[in-house]
Unconditional design. Structure first.
Length: 445
């Protein structure tokens, strides 16, 4: 059952140190989550793969790390202060508060409550406008506030730095600016674990082109980003799809938009949006700031505002999709085995090393020696806190591709047992070849 799978995934993430509730010891906060030791590693790996693919490997995209707190005029220009809102309505029957656009429409003014089914008359129970941005006072005093906002997307920091990047890098169209960073939205209707959060990480590229080339690059980025999740992140193709927005769905700044969607336990939902933003953002910042955001084309001796193609991905949603995609239950000898079949390049640890018996000092000493030798070359973990069966199950649940066990025979034949996570096949390998063997299997050489 999908919802049953979701509850199992949440339990696994909390039990194994991937995700914790934010401020949990004080009762927690709605839609706020912390990444534990293993979650932090996987999250970093996702960001590193993206950054390497789009910044380090390419010469047409540069990186940026702009401020989280931004001037309120930025959001006057972008339209966020006026238009970044949800319309919320309270069900008079069950008191649940929901977004109006997410409810089933019965007729022109009536909506069906998703919780109790009550027909809510919006002409009688008026929807309320709710701005999603989080504001803060950056003044030294309360009586003379200077209002600023936590950015609701990383994109605006890229747009406001467009002139700086052009002047310092001398890039020519087409080129992109990439950024990974925090964004904040005061989501009232959170839920579905880390799918919708108030504080989250984005991976965004603003790819600037000539207006006549925008359509070509839009389609290129849609295809590239779809394939990224399959080829680089290891998500199953059957769990991904592309969905193009209708004209009625488009944001105020978009000329076109396509979502990469993943089949989460609660249904198909957005993983990433690729938007053709036209010249909206640079034009608006030019108008409000009174600065020139145009680009000079040497070949045509002409100034114009570039168009922008924006692939905007959520780190947290990508993390969530990776865990959902990898979560597997298998029946082995009449018992359910839970294994996280995560792609090796994302696995928190590539290999785990154990002594078969922790009360045998020779085994412990040799296991630790092997561990420290392997750890110099790849991310590894040592564990001797349980019986071997429990140790294997623990590593299965966190997605460790291989386990190396030092047993009594090792002292005589100088071989260790290497166990494969997915097949559970065990192979005896010489100690001196253990690292090379694992590397060959991981295909990381």
């Amino acid at each position: 059952m999908p919802e049953d799978k979701l509850s199992k995934i949440i339990s696994l993430c909390r039990r194994r140190g991937f995700i914790f509730g934010g401020s949990e010891v004080y009762g927690g906060l709605s839609s706020i989550w912390d990444y534990g030791p293993l979650g932090a590693i996987v999250k970093k790996r996702i960001k590193d793969i993206w950054w390497n693919e789009y910044v380090e490997k390419r010469d047409d995209i540069v990186g940026l790390d702009s401020a989280i707190i931004m001037h309120q005029d930025v959001f006057i220009a972008s339209g966020h202060l006026e238009g970044f809102v949800d319309f919320l309505i309270d069900c008079p029957q069950c008191k649940k508060r929901e977004r109006l656009d997410k409810l089933e429409k019965v007729d022109d003014t009536t909506y069906r409550c998703s919780n109790c089914g009550f027909h809510i008359d919006s002409s009688k129970y008026k929807p309320r406008k709710f701005n999603l941005m989080l504001k803060t006072n950056i003044s030294a005093t309360e009586d003379q506030p200077q209002i600023a906002y936590l950015r609701p997307e990383t994109a605006q920091g890229i747009f406001t730095n467009f002139i700086n990047v052009i002047n310092t890098t001398h890039k020519k169209l087409p080129f992109g600016i990439a950024q990974i960073g925090k964004a904040f939205r005061n989501e009232v209707t959170g839920g579905n674990f880390i799918f919708r959060m108030k504080e989250f990480d984005q991976m965004e590229i603003e790819y600037f082109t000539k207006p006549e080339d925008a359509g070509k690059f839009y389609h290129w980025w849609v295809e590239d980003r779809y394939n990224f999740y399959i080829d680089k992140i290891g998500i199953k193709k059957e769990n991904l799809r592309l969905r193009e927005h209708s004209k009625e769905e488009l944001a105020h700044y978009a000329r076109a938009c396509t979502d990469v969607e993943y089949n989460f336990p609660f249904g198909w939902s957005e993983l990433e949006g690729i938007a053709d933003r036209g010249d909206y953002d640079l034009t608006r910042h030019s108008q409000v700031s009174k600065k020139d955001f145009s680009y000079f084309d040497d070949q045509r001796s002409k100034r114009f505002i570039p168009y922008v193609i924006e692939p905007s991905a959520g780190v947290d949603r990508t993390f969530f999709a990776v865990i959902c995609d990898a979560y597997t239950e298998e029946v082995v000898k009449g018992k359910v085995r839970v294994v996280l079949k995560i792609h090796p390049r994302l696995a928190p640890y590539k290999v785990a090393v154990f002594p078969l018996l922790k009360n045998k000092s020779q085994l412990v000493e040799l296991a630790k020696k092997i561990f420290y030798g392997v750890k110099d070359k790849m991310f590894a973990v040592y564990d001797d806190t349980a019986a071997i069966g429990k140790l294997y199950r623990r590593q299965d649940e966190i997605g460790t591709p291989f386990c190396i066990t030092v047993d009594v025979e090792t002292l005589n034949d100088k071989k260790v047992t290497v166990r494969d996570r997915d097949s559970m096949i065990q192979q005896r390998v010489e100690i001196d070849r253990a690292y090379e063997y694992v590397m060959d299997k991981l295909e990381l050489t």
